[in-house]
Design a protein around this ligand. Structure first.
Ligand code: NAP
Length: 248
């Protein structure tokens, strides 16, 4: 039976690339998205054309009722869950912390932290062997920003990813005896549209000389690490972090 995987923020960037790679590795998929309906539909159509079992579901991961409804749709369509990629994430315009509003700080934490919590909680309810599930794997998208702090750019985002790191460790320890592994990937400078949201579409190229490998990374290079953590090839790996950052 095909394993079932939920990827949040699967309409573009790292999430979309992870979905494509996961499909080729035999997963059935729920592609979550928020605004990019067209992109999500295109990806869904192409996966289905290639014979993969997939659905797309619009839900704001920061809203409990929407996350609950998405998981009910997964229950109805697939009747099981084997993995979650907590990928949906946002940042806002580059800024010093001293100029940030409390509303911005809350928005960043709601999507990046509360969203990851809500999706992880519902995944555990379905995958925990203690609760009748068959186990599974959760991969959280953290960031090298959690360690570097992102000064003058997005300390709020870096702090939120630090919270994701702590949740990764704590949840891994809670559910280690329930058949669930929890890990995180920490991308560095990856070519996606997220940098344009911060006001600098060319950010990766500006900063790449500071990367020991002298280049930015591709979404596929992140997806490979995510797929390894989802797979049985990483069966004794939990509460761990993989930096995908060219050494930065
Ligand atoms: P991206 O290209 O901006 O894509 C973000 C995805 O998240 C989109 O599919 C978006 O959906 C979705 N999303 C945003 N808010 C959402 C919400 N509230 N509910 C549901 N979906 C939501 O970002 P990316 O670069 O691929 O980043 C993916 C993850 O990697 C994020 O967690 C990010 O923080 C992390 N990361 C990225 C980099 C990098 O350099 N790119 C580095 C470190 C960490 P819609 O388009 O449908 O709204």
């Amino acid at each position: 039976m095909a394993k079932v995987l939920l990827i949040t923020g699967a309409s573009r960037g790292i999430g979309a690339e992870t979905a494509q790679l996961a499909a080729t590795r035999g997963y059935s998929l729920c592609l979550n998205y928020l605004h990019s309906e067209e992109a999500a539909s295109r990806l869904l159509d192409s996966l289905r054309r290639d014979g993969h079992h997939a659905i797309a579901y619009q839900a704001n991961v920061a809203v409990e009722a929407e996350v609950d409804a998405m998981y009910r749709a997964i229950d109805d369509e697939f009747g099981r869950l084997d993995g979650l990629v907590n990928n949906a994430g946002i940042l806002e315009q580059q800024s010093d912390l001293v100029d940030m509003t409390v509303d911005r700080w809350r928005r960043i934490f709601e999507t990046n932290v509360t969203g990851s919590f809500l999706c992880a909680r519902e995944a555990v309810k379905r995958m925990s062997t203690r609760l009748g599930g068959e186990g599974g794997s959760i991969v959280n998208l953290s960031s090298r920003a959690a360690d570097l702090g992102a000064p003058h750019e997005y300390v709020d985002y870096a702090a939120a990813k630090g919270a994701v790191d702590a949740m990764t460790i704590g949840l891994a320890k809670e559910v280690g005896d329930q058949g669930i592994r929890v890990n995180a990937v920490k991308p560095g400078l990856i070519y996606t549209d997220i940098h344009a949201d911060g006001g600098e579409a060319g950010r990766v190229d500006r900063l790449k000389t500071g990367v020991p490998m002298q280049r930015g990374g591709s979404p596929l290079e992140v997806a490979e690490a995510i797929l390894w953590l989802l797979s049985d090839a990483s069966s004794y790996t939990s509460a761990s972090f993989i930096d995908v950052s060219g050494g930065r």
